[in-house]
Design a protein around this ligand. Structure first.
Ligand SMILES: Nc1ncnc2c1ncn2[C@@H]1O[C@H](COP(=O)(O)OP(=O)(O)OP(=O)(O)O)[C@@H](O)[C@H]1O
Ligand SMILES: [Mg+2]
Length: 491
C-alpha cells in the first residue's frame, strides 16, 4: 500500500494515480503551491495554458505532475519540455524523473555538447518524457533521427525566453514537426506583452493563469538592495560584501564570459571557494561546476545569464549582480535563484552612476523594491568579525589536545596571556582586506541619483519639444541593441 499520510487532501483532490501521489510524498511536498492549485486542473482538462508565477514557486511540478499522470500508461514520448539551457534541461529531467519514477516514467535529456547516439537510444527505448534544448532537438527532428516522435503535451519552460529573438525561429521549426492536436503549455515568471500576444497566436484558445503581483514581479521572499560605487571599485566592493555577508552559497552574475573567467580567478586567488560557468566552457566542465555547486564543494558560482533562468540550487542565500543586467526580465530571473520554495534570500546589485538608467528601468517595469545601502567600511567589518569571533569562542567545545598545549607552555605564562595570544592568532586569519571606504555613502548616492533623474528629465523634455513626441520608442531600440549579448543564445 502506498503511504499518502503526509500529503494533504489538496494534492489528493487532483485525483492523480497513486504512483504519482507517491512521487509527491517522496519529494516532501505537503500542499500544492498557488500556481500548482490553479494550473493543474486546467492541464488535466487538456487546455492550452500560459502560466506565469514568481520564481521558485513550483512551476516545474505544476506542469509535470498532471502531464505525467496523463501519459504514464501510454507508449512512446508523451511529454516534451523545451528549456533554454542545458543545465535547466538536466534539472527539469531530474525533477520529473523523481516525481514520476513510481509511475514507471523514464526521462531523456537532449542537448548539445554530448552524444547523439545515447540521446536517440533513450528516446527509442521509450522515454515518456523528453527534456530538450532547442538547437539539438531541431537537429534531431530535421535530420529525421527520431522515429514516431509525437508528444501530445509540449511545454515551453521559460517561455518568454524561448519565444524571444534568439530562439523563436528554432521553436517555430520544432513545432512544424510536432502533432497539430498537441496540448501546449507556456511557463515563466515573466511574460512581456509582445510575447503574450505571440503566445496567443501559437496556442489554441489558451487559458491564462498569472500569480504575479502587477506592481512587483519579484519574489517577496527576496530582500533586494543596491550599492553605488565607482567603476574601479567593483571588485573590492564585491569582496567586501562577500566578507560581510558570509553567504552560505552565492551566485555572482556578470555580463560577459571573459568577466566571469577573470572574476572567478580573482576570487580563487583570494582564497574563496569559487568557480565560473558560461556557455563557452565544454560540457564536462559545465556539468562538473554545477555538480560541485549543488553538493556544496564550492559555495560561490560566478556566471553569465546561462545560470539566470530556472536553476534551482538548494541553499543559495545570496545573488550578487556584479553588473546590473540590461533587461528587467533578466533581473527578475537572476535574483530569483535565491528565496525559493518559501526560503528567504538576499539579492545585491552593484551600480556605477552610469548604470542608473538600468536601475530605474528595472524598478519601473518590474516594480522591484530595491533599497539603497552603503558598503560597510573595513572598520565595520572588523567590528562584526570581533563580535562573531567572541560568539564562536563562547560556543566552542574544549578539545582534549587544548589542555595538553596549555601544560606544554609551562607555568611562566599565565592563562589570560595564553587566551590573548590564542585570540590574536585567530584574528590574524580574519582580517578585512581592501580600502577602508568603498563606494558612495547613501547620502552621496541619493544626490547622484537625483542629479541623474533631473538631467534625464530635462533632456527628455527638450527631445520631446524637438520631436513633438516622446522618445520612448528609440530608447527601447537602444536597449535591445545594447542588450543583444545578454539576450542572445551564446551566454
Ligand atoms: N508543493 C510544493 N511544496 C514544497 N516544495 C515544492 C512544491 N512544489 C515545488 N517545490 C520545490 O520548490 C522548488 C522550486 O520549484 P521550481 O524549480 O519548479 O520553481 P519555478 O517556479 O519553476 O521557478 P523558476 O521561475 O525560477 O524556474 C523546487 O526545489 C521544488 O522541488
Ligand atoms: Mg522553472
Amino acid at each position: 500500500m502506498q503511504d499518502n499520510s503526509t500529503i494533504k487532501s489538496e494534492f489528493l483532490d487532483f485525483g492523480f494515480g497513486s504512483e504519482i501521489n507517491k512521487g509527491i510524498t517522496n519529494a516532501g511536498f505537503k500542499v500544492p503551491s498557488p500556481i500548482q492549485k490553479s494550473a493543474i486542473p486546467i492541464i488535466i482538462e487538456g487546455r492550452d495554458l500560459v502560466a506565469q508565477a514568481n520564481t521558485g514557486t513550483g512551476k516545474t511540478a505544476a506542469f509535470g505532475l498532471p502531464s505525467m499522470d496523463k501519459i504514464a500508461n501510454q507508449k512512446g514520448t508523451g511529454l516534451l519540455v523545451i528549456t533554454p539551457t542545458r543545465e535547466l534541461a538536466s534539472q527539469v529531467a531530474d525533477e520529473l524523473y523523481n516525481l514520476g519514477k513510481y509511475a514507471g516514467i523514464r526521462t531523456a535529456t537532449v542537448y548539445g555538447g554530448s552524444s547523439y547516439t545515447r540521446q536517440i537510444s533513450l528516446i527509442e527505448k521509450g522515454a515518456q518524457v523528453v527534456v530538450a534544448t532547442p538547437g539539438r532537438l531541431k537537429d534531431l527532428l530535421s535530420g529525421n533521427k527520431l522515429r514516431d516522435f509525437s508528444p501530445k503535451i509540449v511545454v515551453l519552460d521559460e517561455a518568454d525566453e524561448m519565444l524571444d529573438m534568439g530562439f523563436l525561429e528554432d521553436i517555430k521549426d520544432i513545432f512544424s514537426y510536432l502533432p497539430k492536436d498537441r496540448q501546449t503549455i507556456l511557463c515563466s515568471a515573466t511574460m512581456p506583452k509582445p510575447i503574450r500576444i505571440l503566445a496567443d497566436k501559437i496556442l489554441k484558445h489558451p487559458e491564462t493563469v498569472s500569480i504575479v503581483d502587477k506592481n512587483d514581479a519579484t519574489n517577496k521572499d527576496i530582500h533586494q538592495s543596491y550599492y553605488v560605487i565607482e567603476e574601479r571599485e567593483r571588485t573590492d566592493a564585491l569582496v567586501r560584501l562577500i566578507d560581510h555577508n558570509n553567504p552560505k552559497k552565492a551566485i555572482i552574475f556578470c555580463r560577459m564570459k571573459i568577466e566571469v573567467d577573470r572574476l572567478a580567478d580573482t576570487l580563487i586567488s583570494k582564497g574563496y571557494s569559487a568557480k565560473g560557468l558560461h556557455g563557452d566552457m565544454d560540457q564536462r566542465a559545465r556539468d562538473e561546476v554545477i555538480k560541485n555547486f549543488r553538493n556544496s564543494k564550492i559555495n560561490i558560482l560566478v556566471a553569465t545569464d546561462v545560470a539566470a533562468r530556472g536553476l534551482d540550487v538548494k541553499d543559495v542565500s545570496h545573488v550578487i549582480n556584479y553588473h546590473i543586467p540590461f533587461d528587467p526580465e533578466s533581473y527578475v530571473h537572476r535574483v530569483g535563484r535565491t528565496g525559493r520554495a518559501g526560503q528567504k534570500g538576499e539579492a545585491i546589485t552593484l551600480i556605477a552612476p552610469m548604470e542608473f538608467k538600468e536601475l530605474l528601468r528595472i524598478q519601473k517595469t518590474m516594480g522591484a523594491p530595491i533599497s539603497l545601502e552603503s558598503i560597510p567600511s573595513s572598520f565595520d567589518l572588523k567590528e562584526k568579525e570581533l563580535i562573531s569571533l567572541a560568539n564562536e569562542i563562547s560556543k566552542a567545545k574544549i578539545k582534549g589536545e587544548a589542555s595538553k598545549i596549555i601544560s606544554s607552555l609551562g607555568i611562566e605564562i599565565d592563562s589570560s596571556e595564553i587566551a590573548l595570544k590564542a585570540i590574536s592568532l585567530l584574528l590574524s586569519k580574519h582580517s578585512a582586506t581592501g580600502p577602508e571606504h568603498i563606494g558612495f555613502s547613501q547620502k552621496e548616492a541619493k544626490k547622484l541619483l537625483e542629479r541623474f533623474q533631473n538631467s534625464s528629465q530635462r533632456s527628455s523634455n527638450s527631445r520631446g519639444k524637438r520631436n513633438g513626441r516622446s522618445s520612448g520608442r528609440s530608447n527601447d531600440r537602444n536597449r535591445r541593441n545594447r542588450s543583444g549579448g545578454s539576450r542572445s543564445r551564446r551566454k
